[in-house]
Design a protein around this ligand. Structure first.
Ligand code: NOJ
Length: 761
């Protein structure tokens, strides 16, 4: 170009050529502009939102930001007696409802919204956490499957069934990283790991939203609780999260980012403070990160009453202040605290909040209503025929629940290969408070009644033939201090070939507001196990819970242990499939199980220390406890199979990789046992020297592989710069050149293959 210009100035036809050059440049510019316009076409929904906002009064816009909780009674004011909710809906003062379900009830409330001036339809939200009509395993349990397709599929059934019942929006998935089993809500998430949690977040969002909003079987997902809700002090519900910025960015936020990348429609913020600032009033989280850096286009709903709670936090002086702080910080919708509906209009009129902030929040909510197709037909999710048909045709989803239930079970111990049981056993003693219990849904279950749950006993009955006698004794209740039922249980056990004992927590012991300071198995249940061990009969223990529990006696003395979580509708069938080997267990723990409470918080990807314990015999002045090992009882990623696997032939295609390159790792996995089975091969990395201390290992990839006995498969993993990157002290996302340790194993504490490689500039 420069050459062309210099030769031009010496040219007699300079002027003509210059004109040509200019017109060419103009033409080129117009092509660029045109091309850009073509790349970013006018968004028709944006236009519709703008047009609607232009017709709305300020009060109506604020109304869109208001969400009420309904009750089953839609004919009169519900919940808070001082609010006439239906009247507010009629006046356009409500944008969404929660806790109403079923086509009939939803239609009745939508009809009220259609009486409002602009007839803006309501969105109906509900906590559909692990199944709607059919209940799937609790999210933590389902994550133990490490089977992303199965997880997505159960979310798909969940979304389809909820949508058929008129629901447009679920407050799921919970993507909070949880490292503290005292916190009851560990049950609702994907456990302690950021990488696994991020993939599960994506799978659940994809499953719930299906082929996209607007389809009749898709509901809006909501990644919650933004953010660091799982980092509450001492595992106490709603408590403050005081963590470093690096931990926030490296550990707690990535699953939310993954959900946003997967197109999640909404986020819910959290009750807790994050480094001093309540999440609900947190501009750094919601404006800078979520809507700024991540360009999130959906809307943020507060948690139930969390805007009002800014006052109790000592962050807002009163409700008006709370409303101002929350909307300014980017909380778009107020769930049930009424701070917005009572204050925002006045705050705008007094010029304490610019109307553009209200327009932005209302616009985000209206956009989702357009995407859902509610403006085309506010009753499109209210088809009683479809509801009856979808919720009446459950065979496929029940089958999926049974399968993912079996995949979620973790085999913790199998001494002398007591499992799988033979179908030819003469008699089995089925003992324990959970043996015949139908209360196996786990918290936040919607549509499935207890009497429809397949209990363990029922699952066994359906599995064994006439030749096998099932004997039963309850032994004790969950919280018993009495041992009066032990004698009968022991007698029953003595008459059987094998004992199956089912113990654990009751289904309501995990979920919101169920923190415990003691995570041992409640009551005298472990004493019952002691009495059963004394019979000398082979003993298989099933432990049911939504959180890791401590059960050292059982772990050390039972022959076999299956951790079954809460498996939902098909519980007993899934358990029976695993007990008798119709499904070879493949679950792996998504969260660390401590030996004792005092080890909490304990998680596998801790930061290194200056005095690590390298040799168990050399404990002096090392980072250890005096009275317990550092190691957990069962580590993250741990889980056995009825077969065995051999890891061999680790190969890296290079030992030095540039940031622009990819490194391919291959290995051979062989099934060396007698049963076909699946193994979850886990790849961990450690950045050996970095500008901040890095975890001793971090999961960066995994594959779940099915192998027949004797079969070998070559697996290959790809490592790129993203997998080596982290937020440094200055909160910059970097991959620092240097050495990395690569570890591949069957659990975070059972590494089978190791190597090193280097990242170079
Ligand atoms: C409070 C819980 O924290 C949240 O997860 C749930 O979605 C809302 N209540 C609505 O029920």
């Amino acid at each position: 170009m420069i050459f062309y210009l210099t030769t031009l100035t010496n040219d007699p036809t300079y002027c003509t050529k210059m004109k040509t050059l200019l017109s060419c440049s103009l033409l080129f510019l117009s092509i660029v502009v045109f091309a850009q316009k073509r790349v970013r076409p006018v968004d028709p929904i944006d236009q519709k939102v703008k047009a609607l906002l232009a017709k709305m009064t300020l009060e109506e816009k604020v109304g869109q930001l208001n969400q009420y909780s309904g009750t089953r009674d839609v004919t009169g004011p519900a919940g808070d007696k001082t609010t006439n909710k239906l009247e507010d809906i009629k006046q356009g003062k409500v944008g969404a409802m929660l806790n109403i379900r079923g086509v009939k009830e939803i239609r009745a409330v939508q009809e009220v919204a259609m009486q409002s001036r602009l007839k803006i339809p309501l969105i109906f939200g509900l906590d559909v956490i692990h199944g709607f009509r059919v209940t799937f395993p609790v999210p933590l349990g389902e994550t133990a499957s490490w089977d992303l397709n199965a997880i997505e599929l159960s979310a798909r059934y969940t979304g389809t069934q909820a949508a058929a019942a008129g629901v447009n929006w679920t407050f799921a998935p919970m993507v909070d990283i949880a490292r503290d089993p005292r916190w009851g809500r560990v049950m609702e998430g994907a456990g302690e790991d950021t990488y696994l949690g991020s993939l599960v977040a994506k799978a659940r969002v994809r499953g719930l939203q299906g082929k996209g909003l607007g389809n009749l079987d898709a509901i809006m997902a909501c990644a919650k609780h933004f953010a660091a809700y799982g980092a509450g002090l001492a595992g106490r519900e709603y408590a403050a999260a005081d963590i470093s910025d690096q931990t926030l960015l490296n550990v707690y936020l990535p699953p939310f980012k993954a959900a946003v990348d997967a197109g999640v429609a909404t986020l819910m913020n959290s009750f807790n403070t994050v480094n001093g600032v309540p999440a609900t009033g947190n501009s750094y989280l919601q404006r800078d990160i979520l809507k700024g850096q991540w360009q999130f286009k959906g809307f943020v709903v507060s948690d139930f009453g969390s805007i009002g709670e800014l006052v109790a936090h000592g962050y807002a002086e009163n409700q008006e202040d709370a409303a101002r702080l929350a909307i300014t910080a980017g909380s778009d919708m107020d769930m049930e605290s009424r701070s917005y509906i009572l204050n925002l209009t006045r705050l705008v009129k007094e010029r304490k909040i610019p109307v553009s902030v209200i327009d932005d929040a209302a616009g985000r909510i209206l956009r989702k209503k357009f995407e859902l197709g509610l403006f085309d037909d506010p009753y499109r999710f209210c088809n009683e025929e479809r509801e009856k048909q979808v919720l009446g045709d459950l065979n496929e989803s029940l089958e999926a629940a049974r399968k993912v239930g079996a995949k979620s079970i973790v085999l913790l111990k199998n001494e002398n290969q007591v499992l799988p049981l033979s179908k030819k056993l003469k008699s089995i003693a089925v003992i324990g408070p959970l043996a015949k219990s139908n209360d196996l849904k786990g918290g936040w279950s919607q549509g499935w009644k207890n009497d429809q749950i397949v209990s363990l006993y029922e699952g066994l009955e359906a599995k064994v033939g006439n030749g096998t006698k099932l004997l039963y004794a309850r032994g004790c209740n969950f919280n018993d201090t009495l041992r009066t039922g032990f004698a009968e249980a022991v007698e029953t056990a003595k008459n059987a070939d094998v004992i199956i004992a089912a113990i654990g927590e009751s289904s309501g012991m995990t979920g919101e507001a169920t923190s415990r300071t003691d995570i041992s198995i409640p009551g005298v249940q472990e004493d019952l196990i002691k009495a059963l061990v004394a019979t000398g009969k082979p003993l298989v223990v099933l432990i049911m819970s939504g959180r890791p529990l401590t059960f050292n006696y059982t772990a050390d003395h039972a022959n076999s242990i299956l951790y079954t979580w809460w498996l939902g509708s098909q519980s007993g069938n899934s358990m029976a499939d695993v007990l008798f080997g119709d499904y070879n267990p493949s679950g792996k723990l998504p969260i660390t199980f401590p030996r004792v409470l005092g080890q909490i918080p304990i998680y596998y990807n801790e930061l290194s220390t200056g005095r690590p314990l390298l040799n168990p015999k050399d404990r002096a002045w090392k980072s250890v406890y005096m009275d317990q090992p550092n190691t957990p009882k069962f580590a993250f990623g741990y889980g056995l199979s009825y077969t065995t696997f051999e890891y061999q032939n680790l190969k890296l295609d290079k030992t030095k990789m540039k940031g622009t390159e990819k490194l391919t790792v291959t290995m051979d996995l062989t099934n060396t046992g007698k049963y076909a089975g699946e193994e979850v091969v886990q790849l961990y990395l450690q950045d050996k020297f970095a500008s901040i201390a890095r975890p001793v290992k971090e999961l960066k990839d995994f594959q779940k592989v099915m192998l027949k006995p004797g079969e070998t498969k070559k697996l290959s993993f790809v490592i790129d710069k993203q997998k080596l990157s982290f937020f440094n002290q200055k909160l910059k996302w970097v991959a620092e050149p240097g050495e990395f340790k690569l570890m591949i194993g069957t659990a975070s504490d059972n590494i089978k293959l190791k190597s090193n490689f280097e990242l170079i500039n």
